[in-house]
Design a protein around this ligand. Sequence first.
Ligand code: FES
Ligand SMILES: [Fe+2]
Length: 328
Amino acid sequence: MAEVNSLKKCWHPVAYRDQVTDKPYGVKLLDEHLVIWRSSDGGVHAMKDLCIHRGTALSLGWVSEDNLVCPYHGWRYNTKGNCVAIPQSTSQTIPAKACIKNYTSDERYGLIWVALEEPTYPLPEIPEFESGQWKNVNTGPFVWKSDASRQVENFTDFGHFPWVHPGLLGDVERPVVPDYFVETKQHILHYTVVRPEAPNSEDFPVFANEQAVEPERRSRYELHLPYTIVLRLGWGGQKGMVYFFASQPVSKNQCIGYCIIGRNYDFDQPDNVLQQFEDTIFCQDQRIVESQRPEQVPFDLADELHLKFDAVAIAYRKAMRDQGLNLF
Ligand code: FES
Ligand SMILES: [Fe+2]
């Protein structure tokens, strides 16, 4: 029988790199409580946040000599999750059961990634981020009371720009979504659109469209199922921008979006210009998306009304179902 795919077999972001130090950090992923911590060699460890002794959250503990110490009775776990010291016991042997589950983790693009089971797909490749020629700015994280599928879908939705972000991302006078074509290759949706955008605003001069009267942007998308997007923006010249967005499925109806923006221009602009810009944009989206019902994207196409310009939404629903990722 073919192996059943699931969200547990996918990489998910759980923190920005800087959030994980030698101080244990508690996160939730797909309803599972995890503790993330760093050992002295810089390695990141992701483990079940539950001491085998009495079920205490290990994220309340601390790291000592590369061991994770439980705050309740001081049991110590090594980087593999094996208990190596039980202070209350005079016995030299430690029961084999005294261990905690260790999950696969990785550190890439300034994020910490975890897969609860062996991941089916690799992380996206973003050569721009590894070329040393681009400057990246971390924005967010954006904590929403919505399903990760809704947060991702909102990021890909073309029709809402003039209505939810007038003057910042869209122009109410030019609401028509140009034709585009979605190509689905296994777990990745590819599509490109040249669409009208708002002129660069005075408050947030973050884009490279300064000359045009009716500016347009070329947006080349890769939507990596289930919740990751690589968006490359251009304005016809050398200046380029990469939006890397990934949503952490915390729980059904709770997610955290990480948005890393890379540019090959405006290196001197203070990071907080982009950060405040994205705070504004995501705040405009949040109230809309948190109001959507049902909370999770309905993967049955008959449940909603789709029009031609919703081709991404349609392809996303089909691909999520085909890849077996539609069940939380
Ligand atoms: S609960 Fe962790 S050591 Fe007792
Ligand atoms: Fe939006």
